[in-house]
Design a protein around this ligand. Structure first.
Ligand code: NDP
Ligand code: 2IT
Length: 448
């Protein structure tokens, strides 16, 4: 075992001891630390300066009570989080997740990933993440608004356009960002558009931000496919989830000539052999906020499978776009057996570590989340740029900027994986390229 590997083991074990019962955080740290060993062996300065010990410790963690009153007049209490992980490259930046499963370990894993993802975009953004264990399912619009207002009543004092800039994630979309921006403006008496991203177009949002994560993930896979002289044209694809990322992944795949035959939610999947009807999907999920099951009311050829495993559906390209650890090694085996050629992680950490290893070993093109889904936060960076200059770019211009960023991220992953002797291992490429920029900035900034 090399000296660097030994140090990484010690640091990883320390993280596990210091952050007990947070398996998702341990998983994210394990992946990054062990995959950057080739860099640490080449440049011992990162170990000497204790960059790893510093980077695994959030700069600041804020945990707060979120009391609100439901429609029956009952007081409800949730827990709010904002974990400001690393600000070496810019203000903390990352989404807010509202989901009942949220606890510190989830926010830490997401915040940790965000550091390297944001670094890969090439924009000046540090890493952070936040959210709440609030479950938005079945809540009325007024309940959502009251929750968002209460959440912001504490959060406002910790954020700012030059400090920390939240956005959406699971359970937080344009509606929630609107309510939170309204409350921030009211409390602070400042029209500070750059304090949140993912805003509506009428009040400082950017065109393409809604589409950005799904479009970006598809662009990333398009770049991977080029390596094998392949395109999306005529390919059968499966996209898990049916939220923001999934919907715009389907849209871009269809524009590029591929066919998405299945999408899902946490209850089951719907399979439409003719290809998912995008307009119906948008109507059901974005307008009516219904379950994916209702798709079959409108398309009789489509089948809905309650609790079904979407990865059993044969496809050439898989885009897991729902949540962490949704695709395990058994699913990977099935997908490979069915002729899979590429995986693009639209979600954060959707594939388990043994599934990732198997994909790479089998020669499947694998785009890790922190690279493949960076288009969302990159376009948030473009939104901040427009807010700072009080300008509004048009759709095509913004989409071209997003595409260029995704191509650059792919090139960084490819060149770095080649340089360190792991050709086509974009996990190694993304982690080393993302880490190196942050670590070099931390060296420049001194021990802080
Ligand atoms: P949405 O809330 O819009 O949609 C989430 C989708 O995933 C829903 O279909 C939801 O189903 C499903 N899902 C969520 N949790 C689970 C679960 N525990 N088990 C099964 N299915 C689940 O979120 P987004 O589309 O924005 O986010 C999806 C993923 O993409 C997340 O991992 C997020 O971190 C990541 N991401 C998002 C970005 C963004 O800009 N929004 C940027 C980069 C990454 P149900 O309705 O049944 O809960
Ligand atoms: O995981 C992510 O990158 C996001 N949820 C988007 C973060 C952002 O600040 O746009």
């Amino acid at each position: 075992m090399s000296k660097a590997t030994e140090r990484v083991e010690q640091i990883y074990n320390h993280v596990v001891r210091k952050n007990p019962a947070e398996p998702e955080f341990h998983q994210a740290v394990h992946e990054v630390l062990f995959s950057i060993v080739p860099l640490l062996e080449r440049y011992p300065i990162y170990l000497d300066a204790k960059i790893l010990e510093r980077i695994v410790e959030p700069e600041r963690q804020i945990i707060f009570r979120v009391p609100w009153i439901d429609d029956k007049g009952e007081v409800q209490v949730n827990r709010g989080f904002r974990i400001e992980f690393n600000s070496a490259l810019g203000p903390y930046k990352g989404g807010l997740r509202f989901h009942e499963s949220v606890y510190a370990g989830i926010i830490k894993f997401l915040g940790f990933e965000q550091i390297f993802k944001n670094s890969l975009t090439g924009l000046a953004m540090g890493g952070g993440k936040g959210g709440s264990d609030f479950n938005p399912k079945g809540k009325s619009d007024n309940e959502i608004m009251r929750f968002c207002q209460s959440f912001m009543t504490e959060l406002y004092r910790h954020i700012g356009e030059h400090t920390d800039v939240p956005a959406g994630d699971i359970g937080v979309g344009g509606r929630e960002i609107g309510y939170m921006f309204g409350q921030y403006k009211r409390i602070t008496n400042r029209y500070e558009a750059g304090v949140l991203t993912g805003k509506g177009i009428r009040y400082g949002g950017s065109l393409v931000r809604t589409e950005a994560t799904g479009y970006g993930a598809t662009f990333f896979v398009e770049e991977m496919l080029k390596v094998k002289n392949e395109t999306f044209e005529g390919k059968t694809c499966v996209v898990s989830g049916s939220g923001n990322v999934a919907i715009y992944t389907v849209e871009k795949i269809h524009q590029l000539g591929g066919k998405v035959v299945a999408v899902s939610d946490s209850n089951g999947y719907v399979m439409d052999p003719k290809g998912i009807d995008l307009e119906l999907l948008k109507q059901l999920k974005e307008v009516e906020r219904k379950r994916i099951k209702d798709y079959t009311l409108y398309h009789k050829d489509a089948v809905y499978k309650e609790n079904g495993n979407i990865w059993e559906i044969p496809c050439q390209i898989a885009m897991p776009s729902a949540t962490q650890n949704e695709l395990n090694v058994k699913d990977a085996e099935i997908l490979i057996k069915n002729g899979l050629i590429a995986v693009g992680e639209g979600a954060n950490m959707p594939c388990t570590p043994d599934a990732v290893d198997l994909f790479i070993k089998a020669g499947v093109l694998f785009g890790p989340g922190k690279a493949a889904n960076a288009g969302g936060v990159a376009t948030s960076g473009l939104e901040m740029e427009q807010n700072a200059s009080r300008s509004n770019w048009d759709f095509d211009y913004t989409e071209q900027k997003l595409k260029k960023i995704m191509q650059n991220i792919f090139q960084a992953c490819k060149q770095t994986s080649d340089e360190f002797g792991y050709p086509q291992n974009y996990v190694v490429g993304a982690n080393i390229a993302g880490f190196k920029k942050v670590a070099d900035a931390m060296l420049d900034l001194g021990v802080i």
